[in-house]
Design a protein around this ligand. Structure first.
Ligand code: BES
Ligand code: ZN
Length: 458
């Protein structure tokens, strides 16, 4: 079965494919906000109907949270498990969007045509690159070159609470020769990529309580403990002057990247000045003595994602607050153990909390980093297929983000993952005005068509 007519079919049906994607983008499937529960359900129904329209047997599978979508279609080649997520991040702050986030529009920009809307890049546009490639194969040849299981999740952006139990309960159904995950990026607009390393994640919320109620800072200030001061000292203590995290044991299990891999990363010619310049910055802020790609792909981090306490309304209020809180997350690498780090963080914070204050902890997500084993024929086949589609040869790269499902496929299904995606650094995922390049969508579908052909070849 030749891939050329499939590629031609993808080209000629691009306008239809974009319209279909817009249909999915119009559904506000924000998983973290209970107000959008029905919309998450509708997005799952949309995907089931779309897969069924291609002759794939697909079902919505309930979970205690948002449903999963599972579809199966037989084919001669290896058994592939394709994963994407149909849920999206909240849109706030809404006033920073130039258009309605759920009324997707094609725009001509000085960098090319883009489709703008929440979820266009993360992850609806990406998952539809694969679906469109399958549709074109079926349209042209009446069948697919591989056996494929489709698996779409609706809780990725809210910590995937139902994922592990679902995988445990359906391991036999989902297990495959290899998993394909489309939720990562290109290296740049010329260089496609297979992501071989993902960072893990640990999330913790800390609340310091001082006085039993907010106080007048003229009546109590100076004599009473201010929990914002306490919290600020704790946060400041989490890093040293070289940008290293100070939590005892934090660096246990952090490997040094082998010299040949570092050399390969250096050869990619990553321009960190331009990367930071795009967001109005100029100086690297990570650990002293590390390159930008090391900081992003292979070093662990500690970031404060949100902080609250005291009076934040208009004007001014001379208050001494009762409480202060922070949401703190860590990107993890290598063998770092999220649970051990959580314990150590809690001990450190407890030690830094004066005895007149109370500290409360709330655990959020925890997942380990994953590293893919790339020395299998499938990786080389996919790399060649990608290189055939894009101007430059495909690169093996790291990723600063976290996609915990890759680790769960490994541990619960004994299935290795191959991460291929077509996002770009300027897609503004999780931010206002998210977009996906029409070129990413189009060449993404063409890339998958080629990858399916390559994986089914001897
Ligand atoms: N698609 C992203 C992961 C990603 C981020 C890939 C940046 C490439 C570049 C994914 O949807 C995501 O945002 N994951 C969360 C997971 C976390 C909440 C466990 C992340 O990385 O923050
Ligand atoms: Zn995503």
């Amino acid at each position: 079965m030749s891939v050329d007519p499939v590629l031609a079919r993808i080209d000629s049906s691009l306008p239809d494919s974009l319209e279909r994607l817009k249909g999915l983008l119009r559904i506000p499937s924000i998983s973290t906000d209970p107000a959008f529960k029905d919309d998450c359900d509708r997005a799952a129904d949309w995907l089931v109907a779309d897969l069924q329209s291609m002759g794939i047997s697909a079902e919505k599978r309930p979970t205690p949270g948002h449903p999963m979508v599972v579809g199966h279609i037989d084919g001669p080649g290896p058994h592939l498990l394709f994963y994407g997520h149909y849920d999206v991040q909240p849109v706030d702050p809404l006033d920073l969007w130039d258009n309605d986030p759920f009324d997707p529009q094609i725009e001509d920009t000085d960098k090319g045509r883009v489709l703008r809307g929440r979820g266009s890049a993360d992850d609806k546009g990406q998952l539809m690159t694969f679906v469109e490639a399958c549709r074109a194969w079926i349209d042209v040849h009446g069948t697919l070159p591989c056996k494929i299981t489709f698996f779409f999740e609706g809780e990725e952006e809210s910590g995937s609470p139902s994922l592990v139990p679902f995988l445990e309960d359906h391991a036999d159904e989902l297990k495959a020769d290899i998993a394909l995950i489309c939720d990562t990026g290109l290296f740049d607009s010329r260089v496609p990529a297979i992501t071989t390393m993902l960072r893990g994640m640990l999330q913790e919320e800390i609340t310091i309580t001082g006085p039993t109620r907010d106080l007048h800072s003229g009546m109590y200030g100076g004599a009473a403990m201010n929990p914002i001061r306490v919290l600020s000292r704790i946060i400041a203590a989490l890093h040293d002057d070289d940008g290293r995290v100070t939590i005892p044991g934090f660096y246990e299990g952090v490997p040094e990247i082998p010299a040949d891999v570092l050399q390969q990363w250096n050869a990619l010619g990553f321009d960190h000045t331009a990367f930071l310049g795009d967001v109005g910055l100029s100086e690297l802020a990570g650990e002293a003595g590390r390159s930008a790609l090391e900081m992003l792909w292979s070093r662990p981090t500690c970031e404060v994602n949100g902080i609250g306490g005291g009076y934040q309304g208009d004007g001014f209020k001379t208050v001494l607050p009762s409480k202060a809180s922070a949401k703190i997350s860590f990107r993890l690498v290598g063998q770092q153990d999220p649970h051990a780090i959580r314990d150590s963080l809690r001990n450190m914070v407890t030690d830094l909390t004066p005895k007149d204050c109370k500290v409360a902890f709330k655990a959020h997500g925890a997942s380990q980093a994953s590293v893919m084993s790339i020395d299998t024929p499938a990786f080389e086949k996919a790399r060649t297929a990608l290189s055939d589609e894009w101007p430059d040869e495909a690169a093996f790269i790291g990723c600063g983000g976290s996609i915990p499902v890759a680790g769960y496929f490994q541990s619960l299904l004994a299935t290795e993952s191959m991460l291929i995606g077509f996002g770009k650094d300027d897609d503004q995922i999780h931010s206002p005005n998210e977009k996906y390049d029409v070129e990413s969508f189009h060449k993404g579908a063409r890339s998958w068509a080629r990858i399916l052909a390559a994986l089914s070849s001897e």
